[in-house]
Design a binder for this molecule. Structure first.
Ligand SMILES: C[S@@+](CC[C@H](N)C(=O)[O-])C[C@H]1O[C@@H](n2cnc3c(N)ncnc32)[C@H](O)[C@@H]1O
Length: 374
């Protein structure tokens, strides 16, 4: 008997409202790459700083933006920039202002200011913004891994990034000064505002008897610098990361940069902080890191972890989407079996690594604070 294609059997009524919506939704999904790539373009073009202009945030047209960011390029295409700005307006990065032309002319000019989301791309006094994170994610080596996401399903023993570039991401960054530097800037750009929210939001886990605090995978040491500034009980901070990473870290008062490998051993401390590290590793690797933390802590000492934590249910909220999308990023770039975990999965990781006590603190929508106590 000849095989029939499903569409031959089920005659789909394409005139229905639900099919109309479905056709729209699948085209939106299929073209979704335009959104992060447009974001990447406005970061490269430094659009946010041009609009912000020392806090004015006055609406500017695409050609006014171009005259600020590319003053030497009179042929730069304002129409194309406007197409990008319109798309990102739809995703809440810019506000669009329609300004009527002078003396009754029918033309309407489009001008753009920054929304609260757009302001995250403005460079602060320390040279930081979320822009570096956008650029870091869209470097060529990372982009080469994305068409290979399916290979993490077919064979999870080799990460898409490794298939595309021949070696794991951290080893790859370590050999390239520019990538290493951008990674540190990206981490600082995201972690500094998070730490401000946590420390300003009343989290007190670094207080009490903590005198020596170790930050495992601390990158340039920005989190430690902020914690030490607020918690005067801490006399000594140890910023522990890969040797090539700490070699680039700037001097910070009260902080010693120590290079090493957390899979081998971790410097001892009264408390250990670890942000955005466990996510990129498999369960077995996390247990190894956590057991090394356990060895480095006194009885009663805390391992304070900040990680994105997945909700139990899948829904279409911004939070769930941001967390699920980050999960696919980890699978593609770092470890095919590294992952964003649920609260329960973290509790279990803690128990199987030997930590008897666990507490989750929720201040930020993206990262949760997880305390494992010895
Ligand atoms: C996602 S980044 C997080 C950086 C920083 N904690 C933050 O949240 O801004 C992960 C960090 O782990 C570090 N790392 C990776 N492998 C490591 C290892 N074997 N030993 C120590 N640190 C490592 C990386 O160099 C990087 O700085």
């Amino acid at each position: 008997m000849p095989l029939s294609l499903p569409m031959d059997i089920v005659v789909v009524d394409e005139t229905s409202e639900s099919r109309n919506r479905a056709r729209l939704a699948i085209l939106e999904l299929a073209n979704m790459i335009s959104v992060p790539m447009s974001l990447n373009a406005v970061v490269r073009l430094n659009v946010a700083d041009a609009i912000w202009s020392a806090g004015s945030n006055a609406p500017l047209s695409a050609s006014q933006i171009l005259s600020k960011v590319l003053p030497d390029k009179p042929y730069a295409d304002a129409d194309n920039l406007q197409r990008i700005l319109r798309t990102l307006t739809s995703y809440g990065v810019f506000d669009e202002h329609l300004v009527s032309g002078s003396s009754g002319s029918a033309t309407v000019e489009r001008k753009y200011s920054l929304t609260e989301i757009g302001k995250t791309l403005v460079t602060d006094a320390d040279g930081l913004s979320y822009g570096a994170y956008v650029l870091q994610h869209h470097q060529e080596a990372l982009m080469k891994a994305w068409p290979l996401v399916h290979s993490a399903v077919v064979d999870p023993t080799t990460e898409p990034f490794v298939r595309a570039n021949g070696e794991p991401a951290y080893a790859f960054y370590g050999k390239n000064d520019e990538m290493n530097g951008l990674m540190q800037k990206a981490m600082a750009g995201v972690s500094v505002p998070f730490m401000r929210a946590v420390l300003g939001g009343g989290y007190d886990g670094f207080g009490g008897r903590v005198q020596r605090l170790v930050d495992v995978g601390g990158s340039a040491g920005d989190c430690l610098r902020m914690i030490l500034r607020q918690f005067k009980n801490i006399k000594e901070g140890i910023n522990f990361d890969l040797p090539e990473v700490v070699a680039k870290a700037p001097p910070i008062s009260g902080v010693t940069h120590v290079g090493g490998d957390m899979f081998k051993s971790i410097p001892s401390g009264d408390a250990i902080f670890m942000k955005w590290v466990l996510t990129t590793w498999t369960d077995d690797e996390c247990k190894l890191i956590m057991k090394n933390c356990l060895k480095a802590l006194p009885v009663g000492g805390k391992l304070i972890v900040c990680e994105p934590m997945l909700p139990d249910h899948s829904d279409d909220s911004h939070r769930t989407r941001a967390l699920l999308e980050g999960d696919i990023f980890v699978m593609t770039i770092y470890r095919a079996k590294g992952k964003h975990r649920t609260e329960d999965e973290y509790r279990q990781l803690g128990h199987s690594s030997g930590f008897p006590h666990f507490r989750a603190v929720h201040i930020d929508y993206f990262y949760s604070i997880l305390e494992f106590q010895k």
